[in-house]
Design a protein around this ligand. Structure first.
Ligand code: DER
Length: 225
């Protein structure tokens, strides 16, 4: 499909940016998996790297492609993180978290000197208006829902599809998806959500714009913004 081709184009291009002998961040999601596929090929050609996975799924996929794994503790500074996104605005603010991996992804993005976001073109938007995923401490779920409403959100606990009841993240927490409609000031909204006791992290990534490059795949073509 055109969508898969666009994701593959973006992922493969990002994989070419990885330098030999470096430690990189491995994001979660279907687009990053194309980057991992290409990295597996480059490793076969002699590339020597290690990856910090941001989820059980990323770790599993990295092992399938023969990408050596390491941890954020061993490498609290990494050269490059490759990750996906759900929405990207012109200021390179992101909404992430469709895959409920955004808490570890945000840690890895913070540790990275540069962040490559790989997306298909449909994810570029003039203004962020997607649902904002929020990882919450189960104990505080009701309080966080109340506080998200105070901020103008419509919160909904993310339920499992093949599991009855709420999904549980790789960190053992719940996810509340909060619909704020259009978000005029994502920087302050990220900060306000982070300040709610019981919130571990949201899918708003507004503090990394200075070190983000976005590879936008469109069919076989790509552009870097
Ligand atoms: O969950 C996440 O943060 C993922 O990065 C997601 O935002 C992008 O996943 P996709 O590449 O499968 O669309």
């Amino acid at each position: 499909s055109l969508l898969a081709e666009s994701k593959r184009t973006a992922g493969y291009r990002a994989a070419e940016m990885v330098e030999d002998g470096t430690v990189i961040g491995l994001g979660t999601g279907s687009t990053v998996f194309f980057a991992m596929e290409r990295l597996g090929e480059r490793i076969g050609d002699g590339l020597s790297i290690a990856g910090v996975p941001t989820s059980y799924q990323a770790a599993q996929r990295a092992r399938e492609y023969g990408i050596p794994l390491t941890t954020l503790d061993e490498h609290p500074e990494i050269a490059l993180a490759i990750d996906g996104a759900d929405q990207v605005d012109p200021g390179l603010c992101l909404i992430k978290g469709r895959g409920a991996a955004h808490l570890r992804e945000k840690c890895v993005a913070d540790a990275a000197d540069a962040v490559i976001i790989v997306i298909d073109a449909a994810k570029m938007t003039g203004r962020l208006d997607a649902v904002v995923p929020v990882e919450v401490l189960p104990f505080a779920c009701g309080l966080v829902s109340r506080r998200l409403k105070d901020l103008g959100g419509l919160p909904a606990l993310r339920e499992g599809v093949k599991k009855d009841g709420p999904i549980i993240t790789d960190n053992g927490n719940f996810v509340i998806d909060s619909d704020f409609g259009e978000i005029p000031d994502p920087v302050s909204l990220e900060r306000q959500i982070a300040g709610i006791p019981g919130v571990l992290g949201s899918g708003l990534f507004t503090t990394f714009s200075g070190k983000i490059r976005v590879v936008v795949g469109e069919g076989r073509e790509f552009r870097i913004v």
